[in-house]
Design a protein around this ligand. Structure first.
Ligand SMILES: *Cc1c(COP(=O)(O)O)cnc(C)c1O
Length: 391
């Protein structure tokens, strides 16, 4: 066999690919499995997008390569959305770029900036893509612990000065996967100020910015005065519009960073299909706030149903105020063993250690199943013998 590149040693198997494999093994034993695993909405995409893609698919003009930087119609709709929703003025032409899902954009951005010796600051626990591509690119990861005592916000003041000096990128993600934590605008302002002081690009992953279950809507990092000097934000249509399969998002903000990402992408992919970008524009232009409100209400009901049950069981956890994730401390503290025990009982949860060392002792439960299935999950938890919970 041909020897793999050494950089492949830095790459763990993708967390959810490994989970899927274990799930199939349980199913092969005849156990029906309910998944609270991957964050993939169970409900249909926003109708405006479905209608638009059907219409645009029939137009021959859309059967050709899209523009490299993305369809202006989509990027202008996004800029209008940023103005309406966040009060942020965006130049669609120079400050936005279509990406094939924000995962793709986040990964490729790292290739534009990081070479061996460069430091990337990233949260722990976190979405695995930041660390994976930092490793592939030969960069050095400096992890910022997210702990319950600090509301799952990193302590930027604790980053050693010599590390900060070598750092080029700071990844943040609020509302947060996997903890469900939110941050206020003051924290984002602190991050912008930190990046300005240390000449670092702030990369804000805003995949859940529309998903608030309680309290004030979440903020774009670009709302911070002067943020565009040092910030690129990734907006995703996946979670808020139930469009994970469509692969559509955008990079927004600092124009040098947007252009650099565009240069990597021009040489890698040839963009997202125009029909899908028209669909994204339709989603953003057709009162998305009404859709968001319904979606968030659905997740709120599911969350409350789950927590009534967890309370009865004696499993103590804090209900999330945002996202569709429950980040729950594991009774006994061994998240791998606990997730394996639940999987044998037909329930998939993600062991927190899969998101980094500071995720150890937690599991992540995703609210992307019906209330009926939540009830069935609760029955299965109640049936565990010996019960891991103490009432
Ligand atoms: C789901 C998710 C993404 C990826 O979203 P796509 O736009 O579908 O690629 C990015 N970041 C976080 C934190 C996510 O949970």
């Amino acid at each position: 066999m041909v020897k793999l590149a050494r950089r492949m040693d830095t790459l763990p198997p993708y967390l959810f690919a490994a989970l899927d494999e274990r799930r199939r093994a349980v199913e092969a034993r005849g156990i029906e499995v309910i998944s609270l695993g991957i964050g993939d909405p169970d409900l249909p995409s926003i109708p405006a997008a479905v209608e638009a893609v059907q219409r645009e698919a029939a137009r021959a003009a859309n059967h050709r390569y899209p523009r490299y930087d993305g369809l202006p119609r989509f990027r202008e709709a996004l800029a209008r959305h940023y103005q309406r929703r966040f009060g942020v003025t965006i130049d669609a032409e120079r400050e936005t770029l279509t990406v094939i899902g924000s995962k793709e954009g986040l990964a490729h951005l790292i290739w534009a900036y990081i070479e061996p010796g460069d430091v990337v600051l990233a949260p722990d626990p976190a979405y695995p893509v930041y660390a994976a591509h930092t490793g592939l690119a030969g960069g050095e990861l400096h992890l910022l612990p997210l702990r319950a005592e600090r509301g799952f916000l990193p302590d930027l003041a604790a980053i050693p000065e010599d590390v900060a000096r070598r750092a080029k990128l700071l990844f943040l993600n609020y509302p947060n996967n996997p903890t469900g934590a939110t941050c206020d605008l003051a924290f984002l302002a602190e991050a912008v100020e930190y990046c300005r002081r240390h000449d670092i690009l702030l990369v804000h992953d805003a995949a859940y910015v529309e998903m608030t279950l309680e309290g004030e809507p979440a903020h774009s990092a670009l709302e911070v005065e002067g943020a565009k000097d040092v910030t690129i934000e990734f907006y995703s249509l996946s979670k808020p519009f139930n469009m994970t399969g469509w692969r559509l998002g955008a990079a927004v903000g600092n124009k040098e960073a947007v252009a650099a990402l565009g240069r990597v992408k021009n040489n890698t992919d040839s963009g997202q299909w125009n029909a899908i970008q028209y669909a994204g524009a339709a989603a953003l232009d057709n009162n998305p706030e009404v859709f968001f409100a319904q979606m968030n209400a659905t997740y709120r009901l599911r969350r409350d149903r789950l927590f009534q049950g967890l309370d009865r069981l004696g499993w103590k956890a804090t209900p999330p105020k945002a996202t569709f994730y429950v980040w729950a401390p594991v009774p006994g503290g061994d998240d791998q063993a606990f997730a394996a025990q639940l999987l044998d009982a037909g329930v998939v949860v993600v062991p927190g250690s899969g998101y980094g060392a500071n995720g150890t002792g937690y599991v992540r439960l995703c609210l992307t199943v019906s209330e009926y299935d939540i009830d069935r999950v609760l029955e299965r938890l109640d049936g565990l013998r010996p019960s891991p919970f103490s009432r």
